[in-house]
Design a binder for this molecule. Structure first.
Ligand code: PRP
Ligand code: GLN
Ligand code: MG
Length: 506
């Protein structure tokens, strides 16, 4: 679930892009990149690592220009190599750079087609480099030195016809401007805002509204599903619907886990949606667990805190932050590799014994995916002296892989795959486990914007909104991206040289 930002400014944008990426760091911890345009020339810095580690003063000084885009990456296709960090660049036509959040489901076929019909070579295994080349190929078609906004929209319309999957993207074309576009289902979020300066209006695009807030831009609106917005070099904003049958189906997992609570996505406050999840789940616990004695509600930091607090209110029970989070360890779910994820839970969370000793505790998490967190946390609660450990998940059972930009490629790795609640409860070692129902989750989120009635919920129900996913596709993704396959690839890669091979002294 990467984070993307783009600014068409009137003064240098390097620092604001950096600040925007820092605020979106929760969407991707693996790699970061910024590309700017100055004097018809791109300057690019990208590498593996957190924003604060990738950009040193010497890089920032070189990222000159009043227009630029940035990316924080959580790899969900291809490899974790620095060569696949974003933004990507292609030299023809004009010079184009692109940052992408999401996953294309037909990247393989598109890559082959690009080679056969356009003689374009894609050097990495990244689906985002494919998307860039498709866009570039379409932008070359008018065969003009100067593209009009209509030419740009025609190109995006064809891209939308060819490309399937989830994509929120920001691209820059040298000499022309910046385009932001979102897939026809609006699976991945994208917003834009503006800031008035003495030199004129500056525009900013970002994955989440929180990046606009932090950078002093005022929110204008979400980019609509299938819409493209083009800000030309002279600062004029143009927009057009570029997809047939565009309709909202945003990814519900953004509201459960990915997005920051202080963001608003598609007119839905993430915080309010999580509070509603707490209300619904609290009511379910009240209904179904009337026989259980619970002394205290304890969240599993960080994402579940708002949910657990509201559950405690509904259940009229004390809320206690019984786990302390090490603020220097990132999110475990988006770490690459199960070994690292497993080790990080105990490094990240530690129990305060007096909140557990002799008590019946209700632990609350936003979701249980592989069960890495829940199994260890239950154990920690017991070690801290809890009498009974009950567990509640604000998201329903996650049983199906995600193909739109959340790295859950293998059904076998999901703790709820092919299992019922009793069995999952036994495997995390709790004394009771309760899940939110899917209708309750949907109503918790859509309550904040009743105009959105459809969400991308495939991880819970196996219905893939793009309609192109069958078992053969899921088997292929599983073989390519399960944990063992990824770690084999990572070790094979560590000895090789790639096209993008910056060393630390750069
Ligand atoms: O069942 P699992 O595979 O462990 O995945 C689910 C857990 O991972 C996430 O936490 P994470 O540590 O990534 O981030 P957070 O601090 O925002 O809660 C999520 O909030 C759950 O706690
Ligand atoms: N999570 C994402 O949005 C990732 C974008 C792209 N598929 C990549 O792997 O780089
Ligand atoms: Mg968590």
């Amino acid at each position: 679930m990467c984070g993307i930002v783009g600014i068409v400014g009137t003064t240098p944008v390097n620092q604001t892009l950096y600040d925007g990426l820092t605020v979106l760091q929760h969407r991707g911890q693996d790699a970061a990149g910024i590309i700017t345009i100055d004097n018809n020339t791109f300057s690019l810095r990208k590498d593996n690592g957190l924003v604060k580690d990738v950009f040193h003063t010497r890089h920032m000084k070189r990222l000159q220009g009043d227009m630029g885009i940035g990316h924080v990456r959580y790899p969900t296709a291809g490899s974790s190599s620095s060569a696949e960090a974003q933004p990507f660049y292609v030299n023809s036509p004009f010079g184009i750079a692109l940052a992408h959040n999401g996953n294309l489901t037909n990247a393989e076929a598109l890559k082959e087609d690009l080679f056969k019909t356009a003689k374009r070579h894609v050097n990495t295994t990244s689906d985002s480099e494919v998307l860039l080349n498709i866009l570039a190929h379409e932008l070359a078609k008018p065969n003009k030195l100067e593209l009009s906004p209509e030419d740009v929209f025609t190109a995006v319309t064809t891209v939308n016809c060819k490309v399937v999957g989830g994509y929120a993207s920001i691209a820059m074309i040298i000499g022309h401007g910046m385009i932001a576009f979102r897939d026809a289902n609006g699976i991945r979020p994208l917003v834009f805002g503006k800031r008035e300066t003495e030199q004129g209006i500056e525009y900013m695009f970002a994955s989440e509204s929180v990046a606009l807030d932090a950078c002093g831009f005022s929110f204008i609106r979400d980019v609509a599903p299938g819409e493209a917005i083009f800000v030309s070099n002279d600062g004029q904003l143009h927009s057009q619907q570029c997809a047939n049958n565009a309709a909202y189906s945003p990814c519900i997992f953004e509201f459960v886990y990915f997005a920051r609570p202080d963001s608003t996505i598609d007119k839905i406050s993430v915080y309010a949606a999580r509070v509603n999840m707490g209300t619904k789940l609290g009511e379910k616990v009240k209904r179904e667990w009337a026989d259980k004695e619970i002394d205290v509600v304890i969240p599993i930091p960080e994402t579940s805190c708002d949910i657990a607090l509201e559950m405690a209110n509904v259940l009229e029970l004390p809320y206690r932050q019984g786990f302390v989070k090490n603020r220097y360890i990132g999110r475990t779910f988006i770490m690459p590799g199960q070994e690292m994820r497993k080790k990080s839970v105990r490094r990240k969370l530690n129990a305060i014994a007096q909140e557990f000793k002799g008590k019946n505790v209700l632990l609350v998490d936003d979701s249980i995916v592989r069960g890495t967190t829940s199994a260890q946390i239950v154990e920690m609660a017991r070690e801290a002296g809890a009498k009974n450990v009950y567990f509640a998940s604000a998201a329903p059972e996650i049983r199906f892989p995600n193909v739109y930009g959340v790295d859950m490629p293998s059904a076998q790795e999901l703790i709820a795959h092919g299992r019922e609640v009793e069995d999952i409860n036994a495997s995390i070692g709790a004394d009771g486990l309760i899940y939110q129902s899917l209708p309750d989750l949907i109503s918790a989120v859509s309550k904040e914007n009743p105009e959105i009635t459809n969400f991308e919920t495939s991880v819970f129900d196996g219905n893939y909104v793009t309609g192109d996913i069958d078992q053969a596709y899921l088997n292929r993704i599983d073989a390519l991206r399960n944990d063992a396959a990824k770690s084999d690839r990572a070790s094979a890669m560590s000895s090789g040289l790639e096209l993008h091979n910056q060393d630390a002294s750069e």
